[in-house]
Design a protein. Structure first.
Length: 266
């Protein structure tokens, strides 16, 4: 039986879709059968992050209304053997979905996959509840600043009301120099505010922007970059102990190192 993990945030712009696509790709690359489902009906973009926008025929509303089976709505990645995608409908989700068929959808996914990552829309609307009611675990994606954490706290409370027992935090697009300058909060302060453990810290990294534009999530563990952070998060989801990355803001790269880094990405 697989595990449904809802990836949620209190506000938009935290990089939740980026986190979902990268963790899903990492789990699949490690050999784990993984499905990622876009729960943000009407505003879907997980398909673009995965490079699958041209492969969509059906979406999960077609399964719920009985016009397509599970195999029809699943889109298989051409890049990763173990990665599948379930699209959201183009129109906004309504609350009159058949609850029995909705539960059947989630149970069918759990019976088929090891991990099901649900990219929920920001906030706590219908799309959020569509995934939250069936989630086994939650990942909260937030920026290390007060307003993002305040909104995240409300989402955590709602997940707890839905009996999601394991909820962990991913701090995304972290800029260590701003933490040093006390513009952003450090990880310990964020945990104190939300009272949940940290699953991972993802640094701001231009390679992520590049990967999202290409529809190809990062799969390389690149020292202290986002690729390593996402790999560490995937390993922690699998139950492994992985020490949190530390960021040395005082380390200055030589010109030779900068040139070498540039040509690695060309």
């Amino acid at each position: 039986m697989g595990k449904i993990v809802i990836v949620a945030s209190g506000k938009g712009g935290t990089g939740k879709t980026t986190v979902t696509s990268h963790i899903g790709a990492m789990l699949a690359d490690m050999g784990h059968l993984t499905a990622v489902i876009d729960a943000d009906a009407g505003f879907r973009n997980l398909d673009i992050a995965l490079g699958m926008e041209s492969s969509i025929v059906y979406d999960y509303s077609d399964y719920i209304n009985g016009s397509a089976d599970l195999d029809a709505i699943l889109v298989k990645s051409s890049e990763l053997e173990n990665l599948y995608f379930v699209p959201a409908p183009q129109s906004a989700l309504t609350t009159d979905f058949d609850e029995e068929k909705t539960a059947e959808l989630w149970n069918s996914l759990k019976n088929r996959f090891e991990f099901i990552l649900a990219d929920a829309p920001a906030g706590m609307g219908d799309g959020f509840m569509f995934a939250a009611r069936y989630a086994d675990e939650g990942i909260i994606v937030a920026a290390p600043e007060t307003s993002s954490l305040r909104d995240a706290d409300r989402v955590i409370s709602e997940l707890e009301d839905q009996n999601v027992e394991t909820i962990r935090l991913v701090l995304n697009r972290v800029r260590p120099e701003l933490i040093e300058q006390k513009v952003l909060m450090n990880a310990d302060d964020c945990m104190d505010v939300l009272s949940i453990p940290i699953l991972g810290i993802v640094p701001e990294d231009g390679a992520v922007t590049e990967s999202m534009a290409k529809g190809k999530p990062l799969l390389e563990a690149d020292g202290y970059g986002a690729g390593t952070a996402f790999k560490n998060i995937a390993e922690r989801l699998l139950g492994s102990y992985v020490q949190m990355m530390s960021f040395d803001i005082n380390k200055k790269k030589s010109l030779r190192e900068k040139i070498a880094d540039f040509f690695k990405r060309v």
